[in-house]
Design a protein around this ligand. Structure first.
Ligand code: MSP
Length: 521
């Protein structure tokens, strides 16, 4: 039987500025899910990319006195570079300026037009450039954008409209038939309520914006950047001129997005797909927002607390761990250096790092560095390990990353307690306790190997480092990712440096104090 396919996506990010913690959060979460599904032998296609057209980017390029084209190329490299540093395992990276995307978007726009779902009209209202969103007067919040609270522009232009209202009933039906379509449930209820109460046709072209994909039937217009962007999820799969990947992977198993773009993904995107007669994605998971030391991420703050800085200071895996452990996926969270350092010192250093160090030390001391022979029957940690795996599966099925990590750390805690209870240092004193000592130590080695696999989607480098120190992985081999497989006889451990050395103080980052006046001591 063929492998089960699993298609997951991140939003494609605007390239008006360099990537910050928020962007890295979604991408890391998607990466963990992709790696987890690969562990489960799924045939995974993980897509991310960049959203490069529109007024916001046109303006950002002007400010830098660059052509939009040169400007986007520079910023895209920063995203790609960060994903490399963060160990992101995406299978494709789509740019909305890619020729393949532009060509396919034009074809799709024409299809929508031929289906009778696009018509010319006149738009009069407000437009928020940073959010690239049209707003009506009544939607404004004291005259400002209800989403980002910035000022909005008056827009009056001839536009093409998409018949969103035509799909209201079908959307409601879909939501009712598939309660899991949008998660968490609170967000699903919100958007369903909005779709049910009021839905209008939307403008999907701009005559005043030149940096975009031209409307195929009317070159005086460019396609509204959100329509251009949403289509990436199918153009990357070749829709509609090279359908192999599309047939294999569509519908997407999950679109992971931030909460502020749910309307586009939960109403406009499914309506476009309905118009094209394409199946809807199976799930849209909406996560919360990070603030930094209690403040909204702004350009200056984002630059001062650049993910690359954090990675340089503490390493990729500590950063990946922190973001997914600290806040339940779906809720808002606050980034602070003190919270990050606490997690590194306690969860990673004390719990995980020490478990490895003390076990390897005992193997060196009591068994000349050779892992003693393993006996499945005498493994007192085996059941707990199997239970941990099934709990992780349950949590990751629901994208509950922090809960999955809690479950893993519970097992790490059990293994540490097991050492305290069994007191191997006492067992080592007499020869009649030697068989028991062997069982305790080989069970621990096996538990650590299982832990390295449990954490591998979250901390891929740490998985490799643990397996190297355990001696089960040679330099350039890929890690062993087979759950519950016992360790071969005669393996010699190679104890190395502590995985996560203790961090004593917060970093001195130039400008941090002035940017973070509310910082707690
Ligand atoms: N280009 C659109 C998305 C088009 S998808 C077809 C866009 N881009 S964005 O650059 O603004 O990125 C938005 C996404 O970045 C959010 O949905 C979220 O995934 C992530 N985040 C940006 N800031 C964030 C936080 N402060 N916190 C958490 N994630 C946030 O919208």
């Amino acid at each position: 039987m063929g492998k089960q396919s699993f298609y997951l996506t991140t939003p494609i990010y605007y390239v008006n500025d360099i990537p910050h913690i928020g962007h890295s959060y979604t991408t890391i979460a998607a990466d963990v899910l992709a790696r987890y599904r690969r562990l489960q032998q799924c045939d995974v296609f993980f897509l991310t990319g960049t959203d490069e057209h529109g007024q916001k980017i046109q303006k950002a390029a002007e400010v830098c006195s660059k052509t939009p084209h040169d400007f986007v190329n520079t910023v895209v490299d920063k995203f790609k570079d960060l994903w490399k540093h963060l160990n992101i395992s995406n299978d494709d990276f789509i740019r909305t300026t890619d020729e393949r995307h532009v060509r396919r978007v034009k074809n799709i726009f024409r299809k929508l037009f031929e289906n009778g779902d696009i018509y010319p009209g006149e738009y009069e209202g407000r437009y928020c450039v940073p959010c690239e969103t049209f707003w009506t007067e009544t939607q404004l919040d004291e005259g400002r954008c209800p989403e980002c609270k910035r000022s909005v522009e008056k827009v009056k232009e001839k536009n093409y409209f998409f018949k969103l209202s035509k799909y209201q009933t079908q959307l409601i039906e879909h939501y009712n038939k598939h309660p899991e379509f949008v998660q968490p449930e609170s967000r699903r209820n919100e958007i369903l309520q909005r779709i049910t109460s009021h839905i209008e046709d939307i403008s999907i072209s701009r005559s005043a914006v030149t940096w975009g994909i031209q409307v195929p039937m009317d070159t005086t217009h460019t396609i509204y950047v959100w329509i251009d962007a949403l289509l990436n999820y199918i153009t990357a799969l070749g829709y509609d001129d090279d359908m192999e990947l599309f047939q294999k992977y569509w519908p997407a198993n999950v679109h992971i997005i931030g909460k502020e773009i749910l309307w586009f993904h939960g109403a406009i995107w499914p309506a476009i797909l309905l118009s094209l007669n394409i199946a809807l994605p199976l799930k849209i998971f909406t996560h919360g927002w990070w603030t930094i030391e209690g403040q909204k991420i702004s350009k200056s703050l984002g630059n001062a607390i650049d993910p690359l800085n954090i990675i340089q200071l503490y390493g990729t895996d500590a950063y990946r761990y922190f973001l997914l452990r600290e806040v339940p996926f779906g809720l808002d969270g606050n980034f602070s250096y003190s919270a990050l350092i606490t997690r590194i010192n306690s969860d990673l250093g004390n719990d995980l790092g020490n478990l490895l160090q003390r076990t390897l030390t005992m193997i060196e001391k009591y068994f000349d560095a050779v892992i003693p022979e393993y006996s499945e029957e005498d493994d007192e940690l085996k059941e707990a390990s199997q239970l941990t795996q099934s709990k992780i599966n349950h949590e990751l099925e629901n994208l509950q990353f922090s809960k999955a990590l809690e479950v893993i750390w519970e097992f790490i805690g059990n293994a540490n307690k097991f050492i305290e209870q069994k007191k191997p240092w006492t067992l080592a004193k007499t020869s009649e306790d030697r068989p028991q000592l062997k069982n305790v130590i080989s069970s621990l080695a096996k538990a650590i190997k299982d832990i390295s696999i449990f954490i591998s989607p979250f901390m891929p480098d740490t998985c490799i480092e643990i397996q190297k120190q355990l001696g089960i992985l040679e330099n350039n081999e890929s890690p062993c990712l087979e759950y519950h497989q016992s360790i071969k006889n005669g393996i010699i451990v190679k104890k190395g440096n502590p995985l996560f050395p203790r961090i004593e103080k917060e970093p001195d980052i130039p400008g941090k104090e002035t940017i973070i006046p509310s910082k707690k001591q």
